[in-house]
Write a protein that binds this ligand. Sequence first.
Ligand SMILES: C[S@@+](CC[C@H](N)C(=O)[O-])C[C@H]1O[C@@H](n2cnc3c(N)ncnc32)[C@H](O)[C@@H]1O
Length: 257
Amino acid sequence: MSSPSDVWSASDYAPTAARLRPISELVAAELARRLPTPATVVDIGSGHGDGVTALVTEGYTVTAIEPTARIRAIGQCNAPNATWIDALGEATGLEDSSVDAVTSTFGSMFCNPTTGPAEWARILRPGGELVMTAWNQEGFLATMTDAMMESVNPGGSKQTPPHMAWGITEVAHERLSQWFESIHIENRELEWTFDSVEDGMQLYREGSPTHVWMADHAGSRREALWAALRDHLKAHADTSGRIESTTGYVLITARRR
Ligand SMILES: C[S@@+](CC[C@H](N)C(=O)[O-])C[C@H]1O[C@@H](n2cnc3c(N)ncnc32)[C@H](O)[C@@H]1O
């Protein structure tokens, strides 16, 4: 089975990180509304460090969890004022009840949905805060993922993969309620635009590791996969060829019991 590190090493990540930066900053600002500094924060799936930088700027002491060496090396350069750890968010190796908050911008959603929340609860002190985002079932990325799955496995299972199920309110509640209270799940939108279909293709072919990995493992369906993506982009283009879309996500906040 492939590890997260295999998947997330498949291409450059910078173009995707740039798109997610506003949400990294929003997560840090949301935490700042809930938890005064000084305080300790563990950020899961820290990527190139945009969220870590925003948290450090807010005044937090940050431990960044990032299992992908290629990504972590850049994150460490971009956000050197944090402690970076090579670990999974399901097994951080940190002490019980040792941190004031756990944050994640589209990183913790990739943890095992059972052992992930159990680990975050283990390392958080009672009353500690969880602030995380995950994609929901609305908008550009959700329908694009459906189209791509159908292209590689025509007529296959339509079951929502575990990482995408965080966007289903009842599922997110169920995953967290054993350990967390005051669970709040808010659906939001992120602008998702491209200058052209080719601009979109370039992002997914060169700047989005999960899509490159999927294509690299699609075997004879590889070209069908890229064609499905191109069709999806074309369907969202206006008469000038520009794509002005939005993609949905959930902002999840909760407090450790
Ligand atoms: C979509 S990126 C988000 C990165 C960063 N937070 C951002 O907003 O740009 C997902 C990140 O989660 C990491 N990741 C994947 N599975 C993980 C896991 N089980 N535990 C911790 N991090 C994981 C990947 O290596 C990748 O850097």
